[in-house]
Design a protein around this ligand. Structure first.
Ligand SMILES: C[S@@+](CC[C@H](N)C(=O)[O-])C[C@H]1O[C@@H](n2cnc3c(N)ncnc32)[C@H](O)[C@@H]1O
Length: 209
């Protein structure tokens, strides 16, 4: 008699990880229900998007600033590059997300300061950061906010540093005239459909650097 063909099984997550993910999703949905424009998504980003966001971080290099940490999907990916936690600061204005980030990443500094004035709160000096990883909902923000956030981010970045941002559109979330005014260039890093919704990642740099 022929042996029974083996059935392929979906790989189950360990129970503790499943519970942690479920809590993350519930927290995110709760934050979105309270402040839809500030949270701007009903679910956290996927780990596939997180990998694209951190692709160019050099763990041996300078400090990294993360804006809009949420439940910590990008924080986890930044630390997975090998960057020492003391070199990472995460900015998050939702107090409940900030509490969760401190609990999950006790060696990372979490700043409950709006991203547009972050230089008032960072441990590092302006010009000391290699990368700013932004999970901020730029599409839900107005042009003045775009200018304030980019100005502040590039104040913290050293020459040649990058501001990395994802968006749910195929086009950069900042208008061409703002980029010209701030003297910035933008390049597409990549796209993923393994995120809800599918997302594109852009890298902003100062022109000529
Ligand atoms: C789209 S969620 C992204 C969260 C997480 N990075 C992710 O990808 O799953 C945007 C996050 O930015 C935070 N946020 C919005 N405006 C902010 C601001 N001005 N300064 C700091 N954080 C802000 C929100 O509270 C929220 O956690």
């Amino acid at each position: 008699m022929q042996p029974k063909p083996k059935r392929s099984r979906a790989v189950a997550l360990p129970r503790s990880e499943f519970r942690a993910r479920a809590t993350e999703y519930i927290d995110f949905l709760g934050a979105w229900l309270k402040k839809p424009r500030q949270t701007a998504s009903v679910v956290p980003s996927s780990r596939y998007l997180a990998r694209l966001m951190v692709r160019q971080i050099d763990p041996q290099d300078g400090r990294v600033l993360e804006l809009g940490g949420g439940t910590g999907v990008f924080t986890r990916a930044i630390l997975a590059t090998g960057l020492p936690p003391e070199r990472l600061e995460v900015v998050e204005i939702n107090p409940s997300f900030a509490r969760g980030l401190r609990r999950h990443f006790p060696h990372v500094s979490v700043l409950e300061t709006p991203a547009q004035i972050v230089s008032t709160a960072t441990a590092g000096e302006p010009g000391e950061y290699q990368t700013v990883v932004s999970g901020l909902p730029l599409l839900a923000m107005d042009r003045h906010m775009h200018v304030d956030i980019l100005t502040e981010a590039f104040r913290m970045l050293r020459p040649g540093g990058s501001f990395v941002q994802f968006t749910y559109s195929m086009r950069p979330p900042v208008s061409r005239d703002i980029l010209d005014w701030l003297d910035l260039d933008v390049v597409r890093v990549g796209q993923t459909v393994r995120n809800f919704p599918p997302a594109t990642v852009f890298r902003f740099v100062r022109r000529g650097e």
